[in-house]
Design a protein around this ligand. Sequence first.
Ligand code: BTN
Length: 265
Amino acid sequence: MKEQILSHLGAGHSWAGSIRYYKTVDSTNTEAKRLADKGAPHGTVLIADRQTAGRGRMGRSFHSPENAGIYMSLILRPDCKAVDLSHLTCAVGTAMCDAVEAVTATRPGIKWINDLVYNGRKLGGILTELSIGSEGNVNYAIVGIGINCNQAADEFPVEIADIATSVYQITGKTVDRAKLIAQMICHLHILDQGLFKAKAAWMKAYRMDCITLGKEVMLISGDEKRYGKALDVLDDGAMEVQFDNGEISIINSGEIQVRGLYGYC
Ligand code: BTN
């Protein structure tokens, strides 16, 4: 697999020498954290054929069956404060739309903040984790990406069968995972080159990909549910929502359900 990835990426790519490939790992993000804590450098890319404990946002799991999806993590060591990376998850989302489009000629959308979606179903997700040192400086960032690739509709577990999709289901063709992985690495590298200087451009592109914008949404925090409309995504990735009582709020975290998606109707 690693040879196939390198053949698509080109051995001269500046991250080609830092790719680590695993048959099975608990979670590429967890393994990336272990490596980063031991000093693994900026640009280390981890890829697994299977995860036994794949993780998503808000403590959820990410179903990661063998050879069916792409499970990838990237270690970044930018010299900045945590607050300077508030756009990272959004920018990675748009970079991953670029990668999928490059291979399939079909562009997914993004459900705020981190879900890749197509036809109202989840195609993948992004889990960004930061290690913060003294005075808010970033020791390292781990960007984890999972994409459902070759699962048929009846191959998802029952809990996600109604909300998940795969590249195969979108295009009707088996996707060459090595080719898509190479595109993901290329687009992550482009993002890394312009992470700070092209921040406004990444966020402009994110707004175009973000299918949540303009939609009726339900914000869930604890037992409370509030209803409103998604107005905008700010440059730090926060969502501006107007609730049905007219109040406008900036949402930084939590769960937003979008009417028409994942069974919310
Ligand atoms: C989400 O759906 O909330 C995010 C899912 C992120 C899954 C990827 S798979 C590779 C990396 N390793 C993990 O354990 N999680 C991320």
